[in-house]
Design a protein around this ligand. Structure first.
Ligand code: PMV
Length: 359
């Protein structure tokens, strides 16, 4: 039984908490899950800076908390959003065994993204990590149970994971690993851990320019995508491969070996898409424009020797990863040769960031 219950005989001042939390881009992909949002293989991501969600969670004591319902209003960019409200209500209800105080409160969430909704950028990682951080701030404010910064981040990562798996990695600055692996002491399937102190300084000044090939909704949700791995004939070798690649990538990131880093990162993106192509039903998530960009990036690398690499999520948009010292040259390359493949010429500039902040 959780002891996190408010003393209803005491008055409670209405209040609010507010967090800004970023998206992240996976370099070793999480694809395939089991149990309650547990990963089939460990994954590793860069935490981004510009693509983020601001979430304010306001509360007051409920008049009649006798039923088991969460009382929630939800505003997205200042407009009530019933679809999001229902999703978040179900999520908060699932947390009640651990956080029973949530049903003693009338909650209002106001949330908004720094990037346009139509930008084709997945917002679940930034949104769910921002909300998880708000919930931890609330718990700590009422019960003082998360005074220790490490305990706070760990719980935030667990709560974020329960909302959307990959969101658990957004809690930490620079880079994080989610999933138990011998390579990273303290790693766990239940939460991510920071690895910023284990990587070469170069990776803290790294860019991720997101080439928006299409802003349409994903043709396959990540929930359906993960489920398709269950019947995929390559599932087991894939999980083993992800483990091997994680070890190799960590080595490359520790030593600052960019060509090794880039090879693994690109192989991972193409593997994710190959897995979707050979799932049943099959999905081709890249568009011709995605392939055109990939070809041009390879050619640019061959022509200039510049260490620019691509990755993709489970969609058609291409992320260009490169060290900060190349920013002027690569932005010119994008303008001159890649923007023409983007919807409305849209590119979302991002970079490795410092992690969430309480506002
Ligand atoms: O967190 P989910 O369930 O939306 O899955 C994310 C899956 C990928 O973005 C394709 C890979 C990853 O590790 O982020």
């Amino acid at each position: 039984m959780s002891r996190l219950i408010l003393d209803s005989s005491q008055p409670l001042e209405p209040g609010s908490v507010l967090w800004r939390s970023p998206s992240n881009i996976a370099l070793i992909k999480y694809w395939g899950k089991h149990g309650i949002q547990l990963p089939r293989n460990p994954s590793l991501s860069f935490t981004l800076a510009a693509s983020c969600t601001d979430t304010q969670l306001s509360y007051e004591l409920r008049k009649d908390p006798s039923d088991n319902h969460i009382e929630l209003d939800f505003f997205f960019h200042e407009e009530e959003n019933e679809a999001f409200r229902q999703k978040i209500e179900a999520y908060l209800t699932s947390l009640l065994p651990d956080m029973p105080f949530l049903k003693q409160l009338k909650l209002t969430i106001r949330s908004g993204n720094s990037f346009p909704h139509s930008a084709g950028i997945a917002s679940s990682a930034s949104a769910m990590s921002a909300l998880a951080l708000c919930l931890c701030s609330l718990e700590d404010r009422f019960f003082g149970t998360l005074q220790d910064a490490e305990a706070f981040d760990q719980k935030a990562s667990i709560l974020a994971r329960l909302g959307s798996g990959s969101a658990c990695r957004s809690i930490f600055p620079h880079a994080a690993v989610w999933g138990a692996t011998q390579q990273v002491p303290g790693s766990s399937d239940e939460y991510a851990v920071p690895i910023g102190n284990q990587i070469h300084e170069m990776f803290k000044d790294f860019h991720d320019d997101i080439l928006i090939v299409s802003s349409e909704e994903k043709s396959v949700s990540s929930r359906a995508g993960h489920a398709l791995m269950e019947g995929n004939p390559y599932a087991e070798p894939r999980y083993a491969q992800a483990r091997t690649r994680l070890a190799q990538l960590l080595d490359a990131m520790r030593t600052g070996d960019l060509p090794a880093f880039g090879k693994i990162v690109e192989d991972e993106a193409l593997t994710l898409h190959a897995l979707m192509m050979c799932s049943n039903p099959s999905y081709t998530l890249m568009r011709p424009e995605s392939l055109a960009i990939i070809e041009k990036v390879r050619q640019y690398r061959a022509d200039t020797g510049h260490q620019v690499y691509f990755t993709l999520d489970a969609g058609p948009n291409v992320h260009l990863l490169y060290p900060g010292e190349l920013v002027v040259d690569v932005r010119k390359f994008i303008e001159d040769h890649l923007e023409e493949h983007c919807e409305g010429g849209h590119v979302q500039q991002d970079w490795v960031g410092e992690g969430p902040e309480e506002l």
